[in-house]
Write a new protein. Sequence first.
Lengths: 623, 193
Amino acid sequence: MALLQISEPGQSTAPHQHRFAAGIDLGTTNSLVAMLRSGEAVCLADAQGRALLPSIVHFGEEGTLVGVDAAAVQASDPLNSIASVKRLMGRGSEDVMRLADALPYELITSGESSVPRIRTRSGDFSAVEISAEILRALVERAQQTVGAELDGVVITVPAYFDDAQRQATRDAARLAGVKLLRLLNEPTAAAVAYGLDQDKDGLIAVYDLGGGTFDISLLRLHRGVFEVLSTGGDSSLGGDDMDHAIGEWIVARAGFDQVDASLARHILMASRAAKEALSNGQSAQIVIEGSQHSWSGTLARTEFNGLVEGLIAKTLTACRRALRDAGVKREDIDEVILVGGSTRVPLVQSMVAEFFARKPMCELDPDQVVALGAAIQADILVGNKPDSDMLLLDVLPLSLGIETMGGLSEKIVPRNTVIPVARAQEFTTFKDGQTAMSIHVVQGERELVSDCRSLARFELRGFPPMTAGAARIRVTYQVDADGLLSVSAQEVASGVSAEIVVKPSYGLTDTEIETMLRASTEHAREDIELRMLKEQQVEARRVIEALDAAFAQDGDDLLSAEERAGIVRQRDALEANLESASTADLKRMIRAVEAASEFYVARRMNRGVQQALAGKQIDEVDV
Amino acid sequence: MRRELYRLNHSSSSMQSPDLSQNYFELFGLPVAFDIDRERLRTALRQLQASFHPDRHVNGSDRDRRMSVQVASWINEAHETLQDPVKRSRYLLEISGAEIVDDSATTSDAGFLMEQIELREEIESCREDKDGLQRSQQVADRLQRRADQLTNEFVSCFAAGNLAEAMQISHKMQFIQRIQQQLDELQFDLEGR
């Protein structure tokens, strides 16, 4: 429906009706779901009172297990217990092969699809399908807690996630059959969780050190609007590196000459335990008892600090870069928030405090804070707080480019550009008579395409032959509020629109998702056709409601009687056939209403722009 | 600095796309001029996004959601253009009907070329210098004075209706901006060492 509804905050036209929405932190090791309960965000626990859901899916003889139950059988049936699947999201066969040593699964990388799959006794599954299982378990928990269907969820992703990883997360939500309101960056969610939007205006730094990744985000808060000024970090730096540093220290101290896989696991577990003990104590006892090797010793906190100082210093370099990208100085930062389990390490807290010259906020559980923020945002997005002024203006985390001659990436949308954004660039042919052009979309900061992530390949075909350099190929990148990209291309000089074939480099195609939807046990029982018809009927009702609301608001001002009658004719036809028409006919009729009301929408939009400014400018303009 | 107001006659007949009737200045309720009130620009951005951002239309119809992405993108693009002095100068010329020419005249201006080479060499020499950071700050100050000077020249040229020359100055502003970015990169490296 071509009718953008413009409503001032606090002037919602629809009668208020409570909707249920949840925030989901889909983590590498653990996942959480949170909701607003009596006005406060809380993480929902299972029947045993556990909030953390281990991100593990087990495919057993008697069905699929998720979470704690899957973790319980992981040791006895490792090949069918899939963990850490987040690391495979949006990744291609090559990346996955690189991880293959660390993963005990049988990976299938051949076949038609560009997406690798994991072989289990129940079949071959992509990371998206396995994530969908985890999502289903979390949604189920939420629905049982509130005793109602969820109207939507917000899922958090690391700020550093590229387009392929975000697309994969969105696909997982689609497969799980849950409406995705928004993909939210984890650090942004943390800032929301601290309720800083209720607070005074200022600059906020979110320092997020997890098990395997580090993210820094700088946000500006002004009258309830969060602007992400910049994000940065290191996608392979985290608490695991601290464990490894301790592990190497143990190996050196103990003088182990050969470390096999079993001993390495022992050492790493002991290292992690020592690190956790050192969060409160001044020293930690370490005992290694292997079949061949054993050792015991004491690690003092000062010694531990020496081991990890370099790692933490690296995170501070990323902080400096983020400050520079945002064009702010460290003394301008008003609040620093700590997120992620690794921020429990005292040296992290003190070095961050020293760097920003202020005590960081760490009152909320650093493991839960992201899910809590997501829940608050979900509640607002779903429409439960029509009076809320809160708005998140986010930026693109990684530059989007296109491959040009010589294997170089030309940036079309630079990182830290405010999204949503649309950018177009023109390219030309280099051969006489050339009638096709292949377009390679990449993401990343490096100059060489081979150092960037490949997102998609396009072919633009069928434009008329011209001399070299005469064709004008206009490539448009559109990034939505979730940071997801869509690309279109057109030859401008001839005015001929050309055909585009999209091959996502590491993503599932729509056909693949369709097939999965049909195949998934959840939907097999349902009639897919009926479901699509229902969806289209809902859409048709939305279209009619939006139009009626608009007529009531300004139909008399903006339309002549004749113009209005033209729109009403199409609207009435849609309404009259709403229950009886087929899916295809409903689609066609909706399009007819859209076409008939196009000019009306344009007028409303122009008026809306004026009103958005005029409504508040009198009292706000001279602040 | 003088504040020049230029009312531009823009056709408001085009209705296919909702926003073509407004230029970026009008969109933000700002006078069409090079000097802008940054605080007002930022406030207007938030006000517009409060109405049009996709997060405000999550429960809308498919078309509403698609459109909100387009409109919010357009608003962001307008903001990006106006908040950057070089882009703003180019945009002003564009909507004033100036002929858009490439920067070949600027790159063949021998004096300006020499100035640039000199600046680049000076920046590079700071890298090896132990007092490089301090020296680079002097270069930064000099660059800023140069940028301010060009801005003044642009404003008076534009006011006098000398659009062709204003275009050349806009190109020069862009060159200086690039050198400033290069220096910024260097200073970041120097601070870290």
